[in-house]
Design a protein around this ligand. Structure first.
Ligand code: R5P
Length: 228
């Protein structure tokens, strides 16, 4: 039987959750396994409160009986567990493949620790193969997309069937194809300088640990620093 590497990494991360913690729930097919395992532990008596980063994760958590609160009702979180589309050895990430980057970033930045869970295909030397998701406001999106292209990428507005894809916040996503991202911090600064950009999928200095599930059934852990 083949190993489910996403499940392997996600369930390892859930071992770091302790009684009384306030936990951020990520989004996507890897975070799904973490939420499922957390649900199991809650049913066995683990006492936590959680904040979800998307409607999909909120629905899953509610179904499993994980107690949820709005992030606005608490000051901070102890730990967030979330997936990534790419990660490098310095724990710089690309996120947003599932469109949840804005809430994910707010929740991760409000957490003492963020553990990234991923399968080994997500680990790269240099970020950039995965098109960088950038959340932009619908107003004058054409102007914003033209500005993004000037940063040296090919931006494409994400679609959902015949419609333009809309995030949980009512915005659009421009998927920006770079050849390679030579300096993620410099690119992040340039993106923040464009008015129509709400946020982008570069997570720099946010993750404190990565748990990578490998096809041979082993796990690699990369430790960083907590940012709060
Ligand atoms: O918006 C989505 C998130 O950033 C996900 O965490 C990311 O896309 C990874 O998702 P998956 O675990 O499904 O590859």
């Amino acid at each position: 039987m083949s190993v489910n590497v996403k499940q392997l990494a996600a369930e390892k991360a859930v071992e770091y959750v302790q009684d009384g913690m306030k936990v951020g729930l990520g989004t996507g097919s890897t975070a799904y396994w973490a939420i499922r395992k957390l649900g199991e532990r809650v049913q066995q008596g683990l006492k936590i409160t959680a904040v979800a980063t998307s409607q999909a994760s909120e629905d899953q958590a509610r179904e499993l009986g994980i107690p949820l609160v709005a992030f606005g009702d608490i000051d901070s979180l102890d730990l967030t567990i979330d997936g990534a589309d790419e990660l490098d050895g310095e724990l710089q990430l690309i996120k947003g493949g599932g469109g949840a980057l804005l809430r994910e970033k707010i929740v991760a930045m409000g957490s003492t620790r963020m553990i990234v869970v991923a399968d080994e295909s997500k680990a790269v030397q240099t970020l950039g193969k995965f098109p960088l998701p950038v959340e932009i406001v619908p107003f004058a999106w054409e102007w914003t997309v033209a500005k993004l292209a000037k940063l040296g990428c090919k931006p494409e507005l994400r679609r959902s069937g015949d419609e333009l894809y809309k995030t949980d916040n009512g915005n659009y996503i421009a998927d920006c194809r770079f050849e390679v991202i030579a300096s993620a911090p410099e690119l992040a600064l340039s993106l923040q300088g464009i008015s129509g950009v709400v946020d982008h999928g570069l997570f720099i200095g946010i993750a404190s640990m990565a748990i990578i599930g490998k096809n041979d059934g082993s796990i690699e852990i990369i430790e960083g620093e907590t940012h709060l």
